[in-house]
Ligand binder design. Sequence first.
Ligand code: ATP
Length: 424
Amino acid sequence: MYIGIDDTDSRDHYCTTYVGTILQEELEKTYLMDTPKLIRMNPMVKYKTRGNGGVCLRIIEDEKKLNESEIESIKKLVIKTVEKFSDFDCENTNPGIVFLSEENYQKNQKTLLNYYNSVLYDILKVEYSEKILNEIGAEYIKYKKGHGIIGALGAIASKPPFTYELLAYRKSEKWGTEREIDIDSIIKMDTDTFPFTFNNIDGKKSIITPHTPCPVLYGIRGISREILEKAKNTVKSDELDKCQVYITNQGTDVHLRFSKINDIYPDTGVISYGKIVENPKEITGGHVLFKMKDDTGEIDCIAYEPTKEFRNIVRKLNCGDLVGVYGTVREDPFEINIEKLKIVTLQKIYEKNKFCECGGTLKAKGLKSGYKCNICGKRVNYDQIKLNEVKRDIKEGFYEVPPSARRHLSKPLVLYDFDLENIR
Ligand code: ATP
């Protein structure tokens, strides 16, 4: 039996993973439980609280199938827990619960796969999710506007590639207070476990702790459970209330698809290749923007101010460079928000050699008169001046925004060495 839950929290209260963790703890007292999943969906969804995440729990029925009364009591428990830990007062909190039997899950693999793709790439309507839920024989509960069913089904429908996140929760009396966590221990944990854990720190700043008053104390992302356990034991913090390892699609780039420029539409994620046709320029607010073109069209690509030193790479690009841009697309202004940049080939750039053999400088005297040396008077025709290749202060290769500017779903370059398809 699959249980999907989403949209229970607000910026001020609770966390959907906390509901998942409480339920997991309760259900595993009686049933064999699969590892719970924390699934991030289209990051362009406007009414998300933080990282657009939903959770999925699964009761494994390989040995013993659930009977009717067990199913009923599981549903009751889930409903009671979601209702207890949802912030119904927040306008933007519209919880949703989905129940799907193992049989219907197995029977509807193709529909679920298509749904997972659309919840990652597109903006869906509640009615669309309801149609799919009815089609696959799922049961669902909508609270208020019921947006939560969109992500609740998305979490159930997810498939590899995956990574893991260990979520540590604090005691309820500590919710809303400042988190006590020793930064040196986080740095040590990162040194000891990187690259098997990732996105722990940015420079000397921790990025494993949220800034909201929620139950989460910290979350460590990684590619194996064992390494996460080791990492947890290194971090010194407030007393932990609970701890749960989730399987997650974080750090996998599953929100991005290869796309020709003409096919790009707003609120989706793309990987597009093209040549730069307008040099990078500074935009108010510290952002850097360039224009890219392929054989189907042109699009602006932007590195926002929070991407900090990454903008220095973008600033060094030049017309004619062939690049791959990884990112999400804004509607207005219509542009790609760059998450990663692949510089495939750098255009050779030349400048006029204005040095005369005598040591003087060749001065331009107009298109017809060419250049004249300011010391020996030697003349050089306008189109005969020598050209020197300018050394580019940048290398071909793959570049990414710093950890603190990364989306949950963005795949850090360091993870390209690992097979994330076999995590399940
Ligand atoms: P947190 O990360 O703290 O759990 P959140 O950022 O996940 O919060 P939610 O409160 O879950 O934010 O709100 C996101 C809402 O968007 C949910 O109702 C979810 O069902 C819905 N949603 C998810 N994916 C899509 C999508 N592709 N199209 C439309 N709605 C979506």
